[in-house]
Write a protein that binds this ligand. Structure first.
Ligand code: NAP
Length: 254
């Protein structure tokens, strides 16, 4: 299938590592140009060697950070064809093990830049009839415990996906969310290491993933993202797409 992504300029927050890194790599394979907004310079440099791509090594937080990222992209390429809101981290700010200040900061750092980037990229997505993808998390629909800030942000990302899909209908901009569950990335590795016996915990989790009793790979999330960014997905909007080996919905007794 020809996805017609040649020379399409795609912004990806957190695009140098983990799921975002796999999306950047996959886009290069398709002839598209990923713009990685990600402070991870070593991992970004490795992707830059693979083909036309660009890194903006900043950590998004304030609106001005996203405004700057969009401005730098336009100065370099003059267009934006897609946005993948992906940067985030499960930072374990819970009800009991948290505080109002920590909660507010966790929500802000996991959510606000999704809005900021979409806001500043929008005039350019209107010109390209581009698409937006929000990477959320299954914790938004199942809960996890001990991580109120992260799940609040992830749930809001699903709401915004529907809200923006409606608002952007007149411009033929599609907006969809991808919901991963268990994907082995640097973030996941850091999280699993917080358990007293990480290997045993990992084995317990993978044993509960119905399809193949294995983790989803970052490349499998990337494949869905790249399809949604392509014009083959032009009539898909407002969807929450679970790429999780059946983890969220299939019978737990499996
Ligand atoms: P990852 O391995 O940590 O990669 C994310 C990249 O984004 C890192 O390079 C990170 O840099 C960067 N980053 C983080 N915050 C940023 C910010 N504010 N501005 C710019 N760059 C930032 O994470 P991942 O596992 O690929 O997760 C990607 C997305 O998938 C997240 O939204 C996460 O919630 C979601 N997700 C992941 C899983 C999973 O199983 N892995 C499951 C459900 C949902 P630093 O390392 O320097 O922070």
């Amino acid at each position: 299938m020809n996805l017609n992504l040649t020379n399409k300029v795609i912004l990806i927050s957190g695009g140098a590592k983990g799921i975002g890194g796999a999306i950047s790599r996959g886009l290069i394979e398709e002839g598209a140009i990923p713009v990685m907004i990600d402070p991870s310079e070593k991992e970004g440099a490795a992707i830059l060697t693979l083909g036309e791509s660009f890194q903006i090594p900043i950590r998004l937080f304030e609106a001005i950070d996203s405004e700057k990222a969009v401005k730098l992209t336009l100065e370099k390429y003059g267009r934006i064809d897609g946005l993948v809101n992906n940067a985030g981290a499960n930072d374990s700010v819970g009800l009991e093990n948290g505080s109002p200040e920590a909660f507010e900061k966790s929500v802000a750092k996991n959510l606000n830049h999704y809005y900021h980037l979409a806001h500043y990229a929008l005039p350019h997505l209107k010109l390209s009839k581009g698409s937006i993808i929000n990477i959320s998390s299954k914790t938004a629909v199942t809960g996890q415990g001990g991580t109120s800030g992260y799940t609040a942000a992830k749930g809001a990302q699903l709401s915004l996906t529907r809200e923006w899909a409606v608002e952007l209908l007149p411009y033929q901009i599609t907006v969809n969310a991808i919901i991963p569950a268990e994907v082995y990335t640097p973030l996941y590795e850091n999280w699993i290491k917080t358990f007293p016996n990480p290997e045993q915990r990992l084995a317990e989790i993978t044993a509960k993933i119905p399809l193949g009793k294995r983790m989803t790979t970052p490349e499998e999330i990337a494949a869905m993202a790249i399809f949604l960014l392509s014009d083959k997905a032009a009539h898909i909007t407002g969807q929450h797409l679970f790429v999780d080996g059946g983890y969220t919905h299939l019978d737990r007794a499996l």
